[in-house]
Write a protein that binds this ligand. Sequence first.
Ligand code: ZN
Ligand code: ZN
Length: 249
Amino acid sequence: MFRETIHHSSGVIEGAANEQHATMLLTSAVRRGYDVEFTPAGGALITWTRHLFGAGGNSAVRADRSISLEPFTPVGALSDTARDDLALIAGDRHARYDEQDGRRVIRGLVWQIPAFTTARLRARGLVVEDGDRLRLSLTARLGLLAQAHRTSTTAPNGWYRPSAADPYGSAGLNRPGGRAGMLRDSGSAATCACGELSGWGGDRDEARRLTRDHRRAVAAAFIAEHLAYVPAPAAARCDCGGCAECMTG
Ligand SMILES: [Zn+2]
Ligand SMILES: [Zn+2]
């Protein structure tokens, strides 16, 4: 379950969203071309912009909209072992709860997770029963993905003295504040833990935009490839517990 916070035309609305509802929001958002980012806690942030016409009809006003989904039980830090266990469960359609010596365990086709670990995965909301099989919760899937794509940007070098090899460079000699003869480097590198992003921004804001674009691309690809589209409820209930209709407001 997620805590859902909607910033739309009539202000801020809070509610709760189950997996089905969250999936509807995420798949609708991608269909509409809105931006989605996942959080390491296992939540998501959907953002988009409206251009509204003000009174008189000729002044366009930019309005930022968002829906955030925060899991009631955050994924938290995961050990390598926990990651391995989750990968086992995710990769086996036969994963299910079973009993061993009177205690609940998770069993797959050719593997078994001990009772103590089973209890922890269950208490942390990382696994859920779906019919008679066991699968990862949506929270676990979003959190794992976000944790695999932790991005960072480097601090710009700032003012520095040109090296001896380039004693003059293009440094201005009459800069104020003791900076005569110094150069300014505002560049910032953008990288991701997945190793697939190595960007360079002219300044840190630009580098941060590169990391954000990367996280958004990762989220959009995941939603398109791994989440089945859930249509919005036929009856719009836009007053609003989080219908897809509020994405239009
Ligand atoms: Zn990445
Ligand atoms: Zn609505």
